[in-house]
Design a protein around this ligand. Structure first.
Ligand code: ADP
Ligand code: MG
Length: 591
């Protein structure tokens, strides 16, 4: 567009303006689902059933057994800023509903084809309205048990540009399962059911106990391990279910914060939670936890605006200290099974010290790093120490033509003499490049084989991880994973890709799934394999801090230079730098 050219200012047609405004409230299919669930909960539903067609944007419906809407008020409910929940601003201080803006129904109606069928609890008759792009196209009587069903079809049919930028249908579905999970934890006394494409995906019966609800979500065996915490102070209350340190994840996906039954993002609470775990977790791991907070509504508006999904508390806020203290108390009883290494170089890579909750043994029979045949030659105890500044006794192992040694510098870099100089290889980046190409090769070509675990490992995944696992099943199998899903949330790892070194395959699998991010499934198969390969490489690669033997170092360097792009890792970082002898000579004044 040429901005220097004069353009007349025109008022948008009301229809266009409302469509744009609605598109902001309802920015994705998930937010339509969220609003409808909130309405059902606000209506006091004891049971909610969600039915999704093939994908959310094609169509879904939410049915509840709540109070219903009086036939005479149906049209009003579709008007902007029409709500039964507040009458004045003051009411916000007593807010006990999830909604109050009166924007959801009209916004969804403006960007979809919507039908509401409803019957008030005290009425014999049901009524319906049919709306298309915000315009009423039909209404009349209907038959229905007390409660409300809202059906939404063809989301964004009149906003084609918006449609183009939607998240992948599979990603959106996963996000909606996570949303259901959070809401189900907030409202355990409500039954939640969800069907996708005619198949029942979840069925969580009403219960009075949070732990029982958690058991329905994650499986009884897993939920039984979580630790309860609670605390109260100055009218604030927190209750929590805290995952064991071994349930920690590489992202915050495992954390759910509920404030007055509202699901929020709360980075500061995440910090308070992390503080409570203290030395039980190494850096970069985030505890899994559900926190139920109750905060008097009139105290909330200082920190929190109820329309915002993200909530911030200042460090010295009583909520912060309450959460940190309440969660720390029961965790103090856990005896740390391993030593935590903070920042810097790990003297011992911590995963070595933690046992996979598997056949209940640390011995998984997994080869280290390289294929078995390469392993037989690792015989010398004369490995380089972590301190490469003192290669006193030169490593005796593995003479290569000419100068032979590989040194490991601070357990992070491999230094290797090459013709005319020296290369310094970043061991993690190099291994990432190798694994990335290997993974791509296995997924696009010959299937990788699995090395069977002596003791299959049982892993409890989160629901979104489990969904992702089912979706990616064929590619994971190509990669060499031998997995048997037992049903949410448990999967049995029977084998891992050949050549992989990993003491905790369960954790690797979880990190791999988490690393894929939200939008997997978008676009062609190509994208999935790329992303999977990247995540696999990133999480399976040897880390800084891992001590490598001579053989391992040599193999790593050899394999790096056998890849198609040895210069960079899959994220574009350098894998090695080269120091030229001539350069060195110059710097030392040799001519
Ligand atoms: P809000 O929830 O902010 O009030 P909405 O646009 O979501 O605004 O809904 C408008 C009104 O429609 C609500 O205030 C409520 O009175 C009524 N309503 C919506 N959904 C339901 C439902 N499932 N059951 C009963 N009443 C409902
Ligand atoms: Mg609402």
């Amino acid at each position: 567009m040429n901005l220097t050219m004069h353009r007349t200012i025109r008022r948008l047609e009301p229809g266009t303006a409302s469509r744009i405004a609605a598109g902001e409230v309802i920015d994705r299919p998930l937010s339509a689902l969220k609003e409808l669930l909130e309405n059902a909960l606000d209506a006091g539903a004891r049971a909610i059933e969600v039915r999704v067609g093939r994908t959310l944007d094609q169509g879904f419906q939410v049915a509840d057994d709540g109070v219903g809407i009086a036939a005479g008020e149906l049209a009003l409910a579709l008007e902007r800023h029409a709500t039964s929940k507040i009458q004045s601003l003051d009411d916000l201080n007593r807010l006990d509903t999830l909604g109050f803006r009166g924007e959801a129904l009209p916004s969804i109606a403006a960007v979809s084809r919507m039908k509401i069928t409803t019957r008030p609890r005290d009425s014999e008759a049901a009524a319906f309205v049919d709306v298309e792009g915000g315009a009423l196209i039909g209404e009349g009587g209907a038959a229905r048990a007390p409660g409300t069903t809202v059906e939404v079809r063809d989301l964004f049919f009149n906003l084609p540009a918006r449609r183009k930028f939607l998240n992948s249908p599979a990603g959106e579905l996963r996000a909606s399962l996570r949303l259901m999970e959070a809401m189900a934890l907030a409202f355990p006394e409500t039954t939640f059911r969800m069907l996708v494409d005619g198949r029942q995906r979840l069925d969580w019966p009403a219960t009075t106990s949070r732990r029982e609800r958690a058991a329905a979500l994650w499986g009884a065996r897993h939920a039984a391990q979580w630790i309860e915490a609670s605390g109260e102070r100055e009218g604030l209350a927190v209750e929590a279910l805290l995952g064991l340190p071994e349930h920690a994840r590489s992202t915050r996906e495992g954390q759910i914060f509920l404030i007055n039954r509202r699901w929020v993002q709360a980075p500061n609470l995440a910090q308070a939670l992390r503080q409570a775990y203290g030395d039980l977790l190494p850096g970069g791991r985030f505890p899994s936890a559900v926190l139920w907070l109750s905060i008097p509504p009139d105290r909330l508006d200082v920190n929190v605006h109820p329309t915002k999904r993200e909530v911030r508390f200042v460090q010295d806020d009583p909520v912060f200290s309450l959460v940190a203290a309440a969660c720390a108390a029961p965790l103090a009883k856990l005896h740390p099974p391993f030593r935590v290494v903070r920042g810097g170089m790990a003297e011992t890579p911590w995963p070595d010290q933690v046992r996979e909750r598997s056949g209940e043994t640390g011995q998984l029979g997994i080869e280290r790093l390289f294929a078995p045949d390469e392993r037989g030659s690792v015989t010398t105890p004369n490995e380089p120490s972590g301190d490469a500044a003192a290669p006193a006794t030169p490593p005796a192992a593995e003479p290569v033509a000419g100068e032979s040694e590989f040194w490991q510098l601070h357990r992070t870099y491999i230094m290797a003499p090459v013709r005319g100089g020296l290369i310094i290889v970043d061991q993690h980046a190099a291994h990432e490049r190798i694994l990335y190409e290997e993974a791509l090769g296995r997924m696009r070509g010959a299937r990788g084989s699995a090395q069977q675990l002596l003791f299959p490992a049982l892993v409890d995944l989160s629901r979104d991880q489990f969904e992702l696992l089912l979706e990616l099943g064929p590619w994971l199998a190509q990669l060499g994973w031998d997995l048997a899903p037992l049903g949410p949330p448990t999967v049995v790892i029977q084998g891992i890709p050949v050549g992989l070194r990993h003491e905790r395959p369960g954790q690797l699998l979880q990190d791999l799934l988490d690393g894929l991010g939200e939008d997997t499934g978008k676009g062609a198969d190509d994208d999935i394999t790329e992303r999977l390969a990247r995540s696999y490489a990133c999480h399976a690669a040897t880390r800084a801090g891992d001590a490598l033997t001579q053989v391992e170092m040599r193999t790593l360097v050899d394999r790096l230079f056998a890849t198609s792009k040895p210069h960079g890792d899959p994220h574009g970082r350098s894998t090695f730098v080269r120091l030229d002898l001539e350069d060195l000579h110059r710097r030392f004044g040799r001519s």
